[in-house]
Design a protein around this ligand. Structure first.
Ligand code: SF4
Ligand code: SF4
Length: 292
């Protein structure tokens, strides 16, 4: 039975696809976007996170730790979870759990009545689900056997063979486009955009329900030149719908828990700017939605 590294299963979401959805978040991502709201997803390995505001300095985690990693950064954490169990205040948490396909499918099945009443389904997100392509494919095959609608959210920076085999199985592909200029893309995400754009055209060719999603980041990509270029590219390759996702800083606290620095200096575009960009895309004949 295939296993994958899952970091969350979120129920009753009204985003990330049609109707009421259950979102399965998988760990691992090839990008390092400055604004990432799920930094705990970037590593494919499970991680121990620490919330300093809950810590009462009792030292129980250090006593429980078999490797000394709680006390000394030079020691290797084996993610055994003993410190988490020992902590009386919930200041520690393990992010990431190995699950079988059946375990994930059984969790999602609990929400079937919500899917049926709302034309909803399951969305596989991350991280980047295609960092675990065999597990993702096996999940989708099981959902489709059960007549559950499946959307996938992808950054597109993937091997084409993997992306092809998954995009052709899904009902919807939510395809993230961050910036049309490869140098700017590289600066803010850590990778260039050529492969992403090339794969987008191929995905749109095999899945008619491919939707572009653009995180709208003031000072980075929420300008007419970039959004117009995304719209033109969507038209060129046959994508008919774009979702604009205004930037928020909700993930910032997670960086502190992970001991990471939040470097993003983007701002949330104002309503007039968002409306102007929406109308710009609609003027190209695209269907546009604010939010996912
Ligand atoms: S997860 Fe285990 S090895 Fe890692 S810090 Fe906690 S007790 Fe130590
Ligand atoms: S066991 Fe929890 S509360 Fe006690 S020192 Fe460790 S993290 Fe802090």
């Amino acid at each position: 039975m295939k296993k994958g590294m899952v970091f969350n299963i979120q129920r009753y979401s009204l985003h990330d696809g049609d109707g009421i959805r259950t979102i399965v978040f998988l760990k691992g991502c090839p990008l390092k976007c400055e604004w990432c709201s799920n930094p705990e997803s970037q590593s494919i390995e499970p991680t121990v996170v620490f919330e300093a505001t809950r810590c009462i300095n009792c030292g129980k985690c250090m006593e429980a730790c078999p490797t000394g990693a709680r006390l000394n950064d030079d020691k290797q954490c084996e993610v055994c979870g003993k410190c988490v169990k020992a902590c009386p205040t919930g200041a520690l948490e393990v992010i990431g759990r190995e699950m079988t396909v059946d375990e994930v499918v059984n969790e999602v099945e609990k929400d079937r009545s919500f899917f049926e009443n709302s034309n909803g389904g399951v969305t596989i997100s991350g991280g980047e689900p295609l960092q675990q392509p065999d597990f993702t494919r096996a999940l989708i095959e099981q959902f489709k056997k059960r007549y559950i609608d499946v959307a996938i959210e992808t950054c597109g920076y993937d091997r084409w063979d993997d992306l092809k085999s998954i995009a052709e199985l899904c009902d919807t592909v939510l395809y993230d486009i961050k910036h049309m200029d490869s140098e700017v893309h590289m600066k803010f995400t850590g990778v260039p955009n050529e492969l992403i754009l090339e794969n987008a055209a191929k995905v749109a060719d095999i899945n008619q329900n491919t939707i572009f999603r653009i995180p709208l980041l003031g000072g980075i990509n929420a300008d007419e030149e970039n959004i117009s270029a995304v719209g033109d590219y969507a038209k060129e390759i046959g994508v008919r719908e774009i979702h604009l996702l205004p930037y928020h800083r909700l993930g910032e606290a997670k960086y502190r828990k992970l001991g990471m620095e939040y470097k993003c200096e983007a701002y949330t575009p104002d309503d007039d700017t968002i409306d102007k960009l929406k109308r710009l895309l609609e003027g190209k004949g695209l269907k546009v939605k604010i939010g996912g």
